[in-house]
Ligand binder design. Structure first.
Ligand SMILES: C=C(O[C@@H]1C=C(C(=O)O)C=C[C@H]1O)C(=O)O
Length: 366
């Protein structure tokens, strides 16, 4: 662990690119340290590395390619942490009113019949000095072991960090897995899900199923369940499929951005957000993670002899998450990104509260 902290401290001090992350359930933290500071864009989805994609679909994801990076794994040991932070960001004048206006505007569009769902969002900013990204990552892992937690840095982009509860795509051979995640309440509310929440989540499931039917077969759609993400609960449906001949890139182009982060129909919601949201989401509600990275599998655990080697195989797998519950940091300024799904039944004030609740995920670790 000390070594991990040292590596990250060194990269941060020299302003060299890196990513360090923890996949839910893993016993280690994985890091990529690219050999230089060139900002690389993914050319094709058969490359291997750690990718970082913006919300906006016209630019290719950034990549730290496996081929030009030192890829290291560090065993995870429970860290000694400072108690949770009391860092707060004061609301700016007009901030709430602006968001209420944006939500009301979205509701009007929906009621006019052009769109069924729009996921509006906002950026909460404050002066901040981030001294220690390794400590930030360890806190994220400690508080959110069930999330994909990461700290990513490139000198030309800045630092991003987060704890995402949402799988966009997991592949293993031809197996494909994703989830429809939507609807939000606090654990302590202890109430049942409303029609509005059930509806906004169903929209996501239906669209994902539609997209996957084009590229896969043997679709399996789980029962809807309640999923815990920190102090919040979401509705979640898992969807798996066997990919036909489609490439991961084709599937991602179809899926991203899903109605969990953009809306339905996608184009209309996207246009609305471009015109009215009033800021650039950059990597928030984009996606990130491992692309075609080796998984070492042991097919037989019983044979202990040398021949055992013959049963070992390396399969390359991808594990991509939606970039939610995240912050960006550059030039001594921290930005927290939060949003929520708007439908015809949304109540603007409640949507504001939802974004405040979502901001707590990252405030707790700053
Ligand atoms: C947009 C966010 O989250 C998404 C929107 C949700 C909602 O509308 O209830 C729930 C989970 C995510 O799919 C966010 O966290 O900023």
């Amino acid at each position: 662990m000390q070594e991990l902290i040292q590596y990250i401290d060194d990269a941060w001090a020299s302003q060299l690119p890196f990513v360090a992350y923890h996949v839910p359930g893993a016993r280690e933290v994985t890091c990529f340290f690219p050999e230089d500071s060139e900002l690389r864009h993914l050319q094709a989805y058969d490359e291997a590395g750690f990718i970082f994609s913006p919300f906006e679909t016209s630019s290719q994801p950034l990549v730290f390619p496996e081929a030009v990076s030192e890829v290291l794994k560090f065993e995870l040991i429970d860290p000694e942490l400072e108690p949770q932070s009391n860092f707060r960001i004061n609301e700016k004048p007009g901030e709430k009113e602006n968001y209420l206006k944006l939500v009301s505007n979205a509701i009007d569009q929906i009621r006019a019949g052009e769109v069924r769902k729009i996921v509006t969002s906002r950026k909460i900013s404050a002066e901040y000095e981030l001294k220690n990204p390794a400590e930030l990552l360890l806190k994220l892992i400690y508080f959110y072991p069930e999330a994909f937690t990461y700290v990513w840095f490139h000198p030309e982009v800045g630092l991003w960090a987060g704890a995402s509860p949402e799988i966009l795509a997991k592949t293993y051979r031809t197996q494909f897995k994703t989830m429809a995640l939507a609807g939000t309440k606090r654990v302590e509310e202890g109430r049942t899900w409303t029609e509005k929440e059930l509806d906004e989540q169903q929209i996501v499931t239906d669209e994902i199923v539609k997209a996957l039917n084009k590229h896969g077969e043997n679709l399996d759609i789980s029962e809807r369940q309640t999923d815990k993400a920190g102090e919040l609960l979401h509705l979640r449906t898992d969807i798996t499929a066997t990919l036909k001949s489609s490439k991961l890139g084709d599937v991602l182009r179809e899926l991203h951005p899903t109605p969990a982060v953009c809306g339905l129909p996608k184009d209309k919601a996207y246009q609305f957000l471009n015109k009215h949201e009033g800021y650039d989401r950059q990597f928030y509600t984009g996606f990130f993670g491992e692309l075609n990275m080796p998984q070492h599998n042991q097919r037989s655990t019983r044979t202990r002899n040398q021949e055992n080697q013959a049963y070992k195989s390396v399969v390359r797998a991808s594990s991509l998450y939606v970039n939610l519950r995240c912050v960006s940091y550059a030039a001594e300024k921290i930005n927290i990104y939060v949003g929520g799904g708007i439908t015809k039944d949304s109540i603007p004030k409640e949507e504001w509260t939802e974004t405040v609740n979502k901001s707590r995920t990252m405030l707790k670790v700053l």
